[in-house]
Design a protein around this ligand. Structure first.
Ligand code: AMP
Ligand code: MG
Length: 342
Protein backbone atom coordinates (compact mmCIF):
# COMPACT_ATOMS: atom_id res chain seq x y z
CA UNK A 1 0.00 0.00 0.00
CA UNK A 2 0.99 3.63 -0.48
CA UNK A 3 1.82 5.30 2.82
CA UNK A 4 0.93 8.99 2.97
CA UNK A 5 3.24 11.31 4.88
CA UNK A 6 1.65 14.27 6.68
CA UNK A 7 4.18 16.79 7.95
CA UNK A 8 2.51 18.77 10.72
CA UNK A 9 4.26 21.89 11.95
CA UNK A 10 1.33 23.88 13.26
CA UNK A 11 -1.84 22.47 14.82
CA UNK A 12 -4.00 25.24 13.39
CA UNK A 13 -2.43 25.77 9.99
CA UNK A 14 -2.14 22.05 9.37
CA UNK A 15 -5.63 21.20 10.66
CA UNK A 16 -6.66 19.71 7.26
CA UNK A 17 -3.84 17.13 7.55
CA UNK A 18 -4.89 16.23 11.09
CA UNK A 19 -8.46 15.84 9.87
CA UNK A 20 -7.33 13.58 7.04
CA UNK A 21 -5.42 11.41 9.54
CA UNK A 22 -8.52 11.31 11.79
CA UNK A 23 -10.74 10.35 8.84
CA UNK A 24 -8.44 7.45 7.94
CA UNK A 25 -8.65 6.24 11.55
CA UNK A 26 -12.44 6.57 11.65
CA UNK A 27 -12.62 4.45 8.50
CA UNK A 28 -10.60 1.69 10.21
CA UNK A 29 -7.16 2.55 8.82
CA UNK A 30 -3.71 2.66 10.42
CA UNK A 31 -1.82 5.89 11.12
CA UNK A 32 1.53 6.32 12.89
CA UNK A 33 1.33 9.39 15.13
CA UNK A 34 3.83 11.29 17.27
CA UNK A 35 3.38 11.27 21.04
CA UNK A 36 5.58 12.69 23.79
CA UNK A 37 6.93 9.17 24.54
CA UNK A 38 7.55 7.41 21.19
CA UNK A 39 5.63 7.24 17.90
CA UNK A 40 2.43 5.19 18.18
CA UNK A 41 0.83 3.01 15.52
CA UNK A 42 -2.81 4.01 15.92
CA UNK A 43 -6.14 2.44 15.02
CA UNK A 44 -9.71 2.78 16.33
CA UNK A 45 -9.48 0.95 19.67
CA UNK A 46 -13.13 -0.07 19.55
CA UNK A 47 -13.03 -1.53 16.03
CA UNK A 48 -11.70 -5.12 16.11
CA UNK A 49 -10.99 -5.20 12.36
CA UNK A 50 -8.90 -2.03 12.61
CA UNK A 51 -7.00 -3.29 15.68
CA UNK A 52 -6.26 -6.56 13.89
CA UNK A 53 -4.33 -4.58 11.28
CA UNK A 54 -1.99 -3.20 13.99
CA UNK A 55 -0.93 -6.72 14.96
CA UNK A 56 -0.38 -7.62 11.30
CA UNK A 57 1.60 -4.47 10.41
CA UNK A 58 3.92 -4.80 13.43
CA UNK A 59 4.14 -8.58 13.49
CA UNK A 60 3.01 -8.29 17.12
CA UNK A 61 2.09 -11.45 19.05
CA UNK A 62 -1.70 -11.58 19.57
CA UNK A 63 -1.36 -12.05 23.34
CA UNK A 64 0.33 -8.65 23.79
CA UNK A 65 -2.41 -6.12 24.66
CA UNK A 66 -2.55 -2.51 23.43
CA UNK A 67 -2.77 0.81 25.22
CA UNK A 68 -5.91 2.86 24.52
CA UNK A 69 -5.24 6.60 24.14
CA UNK A 70 -7.82 9.21 25.10
CA UNK A 71 -7.98 13.01 24.92
CA UNK A 72 -10.14 13.81 28.00
CA UNK A 73 -10.27 12.13 31.41
CA UNK A 74 -14.04 11.54 31.19
CA UNK A 75 -13.55 9.13 28.30
CA UNK A 76 -12.19 6.61 30.79
CA UNK A 77 -15.72 5.92 32.03
CA UNK A 78 -16.73 4.57 28.62
CA UNK A 79 -13.73 2.21 28.52
CA UNK A 80 -13.30 0.94 32.10
CA UNK A 81 -15.86 -0.99 34.17
CA UNK A 82 -14.45 0.56 37.30
CA UNK A 83 -12.30 3.64 37.92
CA UNK A 84 -10.43 3.25 41.22
CA UNK A 85 -9.73 6.27 43.41
CA UNK A 86 -6.02 5.77 42.75
CA UNK A 87 -6.63 6.31 39.01
CA UNK A 88 -8.22 9.68 39.73
CA UNK A 89 -5.29 10.70 41.94
CA UNK A 90 -2.74 9.71 39.29
CA UNK A 91 -4.70 11.34 36.46
CA UNK A 92 -4.91 14.56 38.43
CA UNK A 93 -1.11 14.61 38.84
CA UNK A 94 0.25 13.05 35.69
CA UNK A 95 -2.34 13.31 32.88
CA UNK A 96 -1.99 14.33 30.20
CA UNK A 97 1.43 12.69 30.17
CA UNK A 98 3.57 9.55 29.90
CA UNK A 99 1.64 7.34 32.33
CA UNK A 100 -0.52 4.33 31.41
CA UNK A 101 -2.96 2.89 33.95
CA UNK A 102 -4.35 -0.64 33.87
CA UNK A 103 -7.96 -0.82 35.11
CA UNK A 104 -10.82 -3.36 34.82
CA UNK A 105 -12.06 -3.27 31.24
CA UNK A 106 -15.50 -2.11 30.14
CA UNK A 107 -17.71 -3.88 27.61
CA UNK A 108 -16.84 -1.49 24.79
CA UNK A 109 -13.25 -2.81 24.60
CA UNK A 110 -12.94 -5.63 22.06
CA UNK A 111 -11.03 -8.71 23.20
CA UNK A 112 -8.40 -8.19 20.54
CA UNK A 113 -7.45 -4.79 22.05
CA UNK A 114 -6.94 -6.20 25.56
CA UNK A 115 -5.59 -9.51 24.20
CA UNK A 116 -8.36 -11.33 26.04
CA UNK A 117 -7.44 -9.88 29.46
CA UNK A 118 -10.18 -8.62 31.82
CA UNK A 119 -8.29 -5.31 32.08
CA UNK A 120 -7.49 -2.43 29.78
CA UNK A 121 -4.50 -0.08 29.60
CA UNK A 122 -5.41 3.62 29.24
CA UNK A 123 -3.30 6.72 28.69
CA UNK A 124 -3.98 10.37 27.97
CA UNK A 125 -0.99 11.67 25.96
CA UNK A 126 0.11 15.30 26.21
CA UNK A 127 1.44 15.67 22.67
CA UNK A 128 -0.75 18.30 20.98
CA UNK A 129 -0.82 16.41 17.65
CA UNK A 130 -1.81 13.12 19.29
CA UNK A 131 -4.52 14.83 21.32
CA UNK A 132 -5.92 16.68 18.32
CA UNK A 133 -6.08 13.49 16.24
CA UNK A 134 -7.85 11.62 19.07
CA UNK A 135 -10.29 14.52 19.48
CA UNK A 136 -11.08 14.45 15.79
CA UNK A 137 -11.44 10.65 15.65
CA UNK A 138 -11.95 8.25 18.58
CA UNK A 139 -10.06 6.45 21.36
CA UNK A 140 -6.96 5.02 19.70
CA UNK A 141 -5.17 1.75 20.36
CA UNK A 142 -1.54 2.63 19.74
CA UNK A 143 1.46 0.44 20.50
CA UNK A 144 4.89 1.73 19.59
CA UNK A 145 5.17 2.27 15.82
CA UNK A 146 8.02 -0.17 15.17
CA UNK A 147 8.27 -3.71 13.87
CA UNK A 148 7.83 -6.05 16.82
CA UNK A 149 11.20 -6.69 18.49
CA UNK A 150 12.96 -3.61 17.04
CA UNK A 151 13.77 -0.45 18.96
CA UNK A 152 10.75 1.85 19.29
CA UNK A 153 10.52 4.78 16.88
CA UNK A 154 11.18 8.34 18.01
CA UNK A 155 11.14 10.08 14.61
CA UNK A 156 8.94 9.86 11.52
CA UNK A 157 12.00 8.62 9.61
CA UNK A 158 12.20 5.59 11.93
CA UNK A 159 8.49 4.94 11.25
CA UNK A 160 9.02 5.13 7.49
CA UNK A 161 11.93 2.67 7.84
CA UNK A 162 9.87 0.11 9.79
CA UNK A 163 6.34 0.66 8.52
CA UNK A 164 6.51 2.41 5.14
CA UNK A 165 4.17 0.52 2.78
CA UNK A 166 2.49 -1.27 5.71
CA UNK A 167 0.31 1.57 7.07
CA UNK A 168 -2.05 4.14 5.56
CA UNK A 169 -0.26 7.22 6.82
CA UNK A 170 2.54 8.56 9.01
CA UNK A 171 2.18 11.92 10.74
CA UNK A 172 5.56 13.64 11.10
CA UNK A 173 5.56 15.78 14.24
CA UNK A 174 9.32 15.84 14.80
CA UNK A 175 11.35 14.08 17.49
CA UNK A 176 9.56 12.66 20.53
CA UNK A 177 10.28 14.55 23.73
CA UNK A 178 10.87 11.69 26.20
CA UNK A 179 12.02 8.93 23.86
CA UNK A 180 10.97 5.91 25.97
CA UNK A 181 7.50 4.40 26.20
CA UNK A 182 5.06 5.36 28.94
CA UNK A 183 5.30 4.19 32.53
CA UNK A 184 2.75 1.38 33.03
CA UNK A 185 1.10 0.86 36.42
CA UNK A 186 -1.63 -1.64 37.21
CA UNK A 187 -4.43 -0.52 39.51
CA UNK A 188 -6.43 -3.70 38.94
CA UNK A 189 -4.75 -5.78 41.65
CA UNK A 190 -4.66 -5.54 45.41
CA UNK A 191 -1.81 -3.03 45.44
CA UNK A 192 -0.65 -0.64 42.71
CA UNK A 193 2.26 -2.23 40.86
CA UNK A 194 4.73 -0.80 38.38
CA UNK A 195 4.82 -2.99 35.26
CA UNK A 196 7.06 -0.84 33.07
CA UNK A 197 9.19 2.11 34.15
CA UNK A 198 9.08 5.34 32.11
CA UNK A 199 9.40 9.09 32.38
CA UNK A 200 6.98 9.16 35.32
CA UNK A 201 9.22 7.54 37.92
CA UNK A 202 8.54 4.94 40.60
CA UNK A 203 9.53 7.59 43.15
CA UNK A 204 6.86 9.98 41.78
CA UNK A 205 4.21 7.24 41.80
CA UNK A 206 5.04 6.39 45.43
CA UNK A 207 4.84 10.05 46.31
CA UNK A 208 1.31 10.16 44.84
CA UNK A 209 -0.07 6.83 46.10
CA UNK A 210 2.08 5.72 49.02
CA UNK A 211 2.99 2.08 48.49
CA UNK A 212 3.69 0.98 44.89
CA UNK A 213 5.26 -2.41 44.19
CA UNK A 214 7.66 -3.08 41.35
CA UNK A 215 6.92 -6.10 39.16
CA UNK A 216 9.72 -8.63 39.03
CA UNK A 217 9.76 -8.48 35.21
CA UNK A 218 11.00 -4.86 35.29
CA UNK A 219 14.55 -5.98 36.05
CA UNK A 220 14.65 -9.71 35.48
CA UNK A 221 14.12 -12.13 32.67
CA UNK A 222 10.90 -14.09 32.52
CA UNK A 223 11.21 -17.85 32.10
CA UNK A 224 9.38 -19.26 29.09
CA UNK A 225 5.90 -20.31 30.19
CA UNK A 226 5.97 -18.18 33.36
CA UNK A 227 2.79 -16.15 34.00
CA UNK A 228 3.36 -12.42 33.61
CA UNK A 229 1.26 -9.42 34.56
CA UNK A 230 2.24 -7.48 31.46
CA UNK A 231 2.54 -9.80 28.48
CA UNK A 232 4.75 -7.33 26.59
CA UNK A 233 7.53 -7.87 29.11
CA UNK A 234 8.18 -11.45 28.16
CA UNK A 235 9.09 -10.73 24.54
CA UNK A 236 12.42 -9.92 23.00
CA UNK A 237 12.49 -6.18 22.69
CA UNK A 238 14.34 -3.15 21.41
CA UNK A 239 17.05 -5.34 19.97
CA UNK A 240 19.41 -4.04 17.30
CA UNK A 241 21.03 -6.64 15.03
CA UNK A 242 24.26 -6.34 17.00
CA UNK A 243 24.81 -8.21 20.23
CA UNK A 244 24.66 -5.76 23.14
CA UNK A 245 26.37 -6.18 26.51
CA UNK A 246 25.79 -3.72 29.37
CA UNK A 247 28.96 -2.81 31.25
CA UNK A 248 28.34 -1.48 34.75
CA UNK A 249 31.21 0.69 35.95
CA UNK A 250 32.32 4.31 36.06
CA UNK A 251 33.52 6.23 33.02
CA UNK A 252 37.23 5.46 33.63
CA UNK A 253 36.85 1.72 34.13
CA UNK A 254 34.37 1.42 31.25
CA UNK A 255 36.79 3.10 28.84
CA UNK A 256 39.69 0.97 30.03
CA UNK A 257 37.52 -2.14 29.46
CA UNK A 258 36.33 -1.02 26.00
CA UNK A 259 39.82 -0.07 24.86
CA UNK A 260 41.20 -3.49 25.84
CA UNK A 261 38.68 -5.43 23.73
CA UNK A 262 39.79 -6.86 20.41
CA UNK A 263 37.76 -8.12 17.47
CA UNK A 264 35.70 -7.08 14.46
CA UNK A 265 32.77 -4.66 14.61
CA UNK A 266 33.10 -3.70 18.29
CA UNK A 267 31.34 -0.43 19.19
CA UNK A 268 30.83 1.53 22.38
CA UNK A 269 27.41 2.92 23.36
CA UNK A 270 28.61 5.75 25.54
CA UNK A 271 27.81 9.06 27.19
CA UNK A 272 28.76 12.33 25.55
CA UNK A 273 32.50 13.09 25.59
CA UNK A 274 33.56 9.48 26.22
CA UNK A 275 33.79 8.77 22.48
CA UNK A 276 36.87 10.99 22.35
CA UNK A 277 38.74 8.73 24.75
CA UNK A 278 37.72 5.44 23.14
CA UNK A 279 39.80 3.55 20.59
CA UNK A 280 36.65 1.96 19.08
CA UNK A 281 33.86 3.64 17.11
CA UNK A 282 31.15 4.88 19.47
CA UNK A 283 27.53 6.00 19.39
CA UNK A 284 26.55 8.52 22.04
CA UNK A 285 23.32 8.23 24.02
CA UNK A 286 22.92 11.24 26.25
CA UNK A 287 24.98 12.84 28.98
CA UNK A 288 26.59 11.11 31.95
CA UNK A 289 24.36 11.62 35.04
CA UNK A 290 21.48 13.01 32.96
CA UNK A 291 19.07 10.12 32.56
CA UNK A 292 16.46 12.25 30.77
CA UNK A 293 18.89 12.86 27.90
CA UNK A 294 19.78 9.15 27.83
CA UNK A 295 16.09 8.21 27.51
CA UNK A 296 15.68 10.74 24.73
CA UNK A 297 18.54 9.30 22.66
CA UNK A 298 18.54 5.56 23.44
CA UNK A 299 16.35 4.14 20.66
CA UNK A 300 17.83 6.37 17.95
CA UNK A 301 21.29 5.28 19.14
CA UNK A 302 20.37 1.58 18.91
CA UNK A 303 19.14 2.15 15.36
CA UNK A 304 22.33 4.05 14.48
CA UNK A 305 24.44 1.10 15.66
CA UNK A 306 22.68 -1.08 13.08
CA UNK A 307 23.18 1.47 10.33
CA UNK A 308 26.90 1.61 11.11
CA UNK A 309 27.22 -2.17 11.00
CA UNK A 310 28.07 -2.80 14.66
CA UNK A 311 28.49 -6.48 15.54
CA UNK A 312 29.19 -6.30 19.28
CA UNK A 313 28.26 -3.32 21.42
CA UNK A 314 29.49 -2.56 24.94
CA UNK A 315 27.00 -0.18 26.52
CA UNK A 316 27.51 2.21 29.40
CA UNK A 317 25.09 1.39 32.19
CA UNK A 318 22.59 4.10 33.21
CA UNK A 319 21.72 4.67 36.87
CA UNK A 320 19.05 2.28 38.10
CA UNK A 321 16.60 4.77 39.60
CA UNK A 322 14.54 7.76 38.49
CA UNK A 323 14.18 7.96 34.70
CA UNK A 324 17.39 5.88 34.61
CA UNK A 325 15.30 2.86 35.65
CA UNK A 326 13.35 3.20 32.38
CA UNK A 327 16.57 3.48 30.37
CA UNK A 328 18.07 0.48 32.17
CA UNK A 329 14.89 -1.59 31.66
CA UNK A 330 15.02 -0.99 27.87
CA UNK A 331 18.76 -1.53 27.62
CA UNK A 332 18.48 -4.81 29.58
CA UNK A 333 16.06 -6.11 26.97
CA UNK A 334 18.18 -4.84 24.07
CA UNK A 335 21.06 -6.75 25.69
CA UNK A 336 18.99 -9.89 26.35
CA UNK A 337 19.86 -9.28 30.04
CA UNK A 338 23.61 -9.64 29.52
CA UNK A 339 25.48 -7.42 31.95
CA UNK A 340 29.09 -7.29 33.13
CA UNK A 341 29.97 -5.58 36.40
CA UNK A 342 33.48 -4.10 36.51
P1 AMP B 1 3.56 -0.82 23.72
O1 AMP B 1 2.23 -0.74 23.10
O2 AMP B 1 4.60 -1.29 22.80
O3 AMP B 1 3.92 0.45 24.41
O4 AMP B 1 3.38 -1.90 24.84
C1 AMP B 1 2.27 -1.84 25.71
C2 AMP B 1 2.63 -2.47 27.01
O5 AMP B 1 1.50 -2.38 27.91
C3 AMP B 1 2.95 -3.93 26.86
O6 AMP B 1 4.05 -4.25 27.69
C4 AMP B 1 1.69 -4.61 27.33
O7 AMP B 1 1.93 -5.89 27.83
C5 AMP B 1 1.20 -3.65 28.41
N1 AMP B 1 -0.27 -3.77 28.59
C6 AMP B 1 -1.22 -3.31 27.77
N2 AMP B 1 -2.45 -3.65 28.23
C7 AMP B 1 -2.26 -4.35 29.37
C8 AMP B 1 -3.12 -4.98 30.31
N3 AMP B 1 -4.45 -4.96 30.17
N4 AMP B 1 -2.55 -5.59 31.37
C9 AMP B 1 -1.21 -5.62 31.52
N5 AMP B 1 -0.35 -5.05 30.66
C10 AMP B 1 -0.85 -4.41 29.60
MG1 MG C 1 6.45 -1.59 21.86
Amino acid sequence: MDTKLFVVQDIEKDAPLLQEAADILKRGGLVAIPTETVYGLAADALNPEAVKKIFAAKGRPADNPLIVHIAEFEEIYGLASQVPESAKILAERFWPGPLTMIVPKGESIPDITSAGLPTVAIRMPSHPIAREIIRRSCPLAAPSANLSGSPSTTTAQHCIHDLGGRVDAIVDGGECRFGVESTVITLAGEKPRLLRPGAITLEELRDALGEVEMDKAVLSQIDPGERVSSPGMKYKHYAPKAKVVIVDGDSESFLRFLNEQTGEGIFGLVFSGEEERANKPCVVYGENDEDVTQAHRLFAALRELDERGAKLVYARCPRKEGVGLAVYNRLLRAAAFEEITL
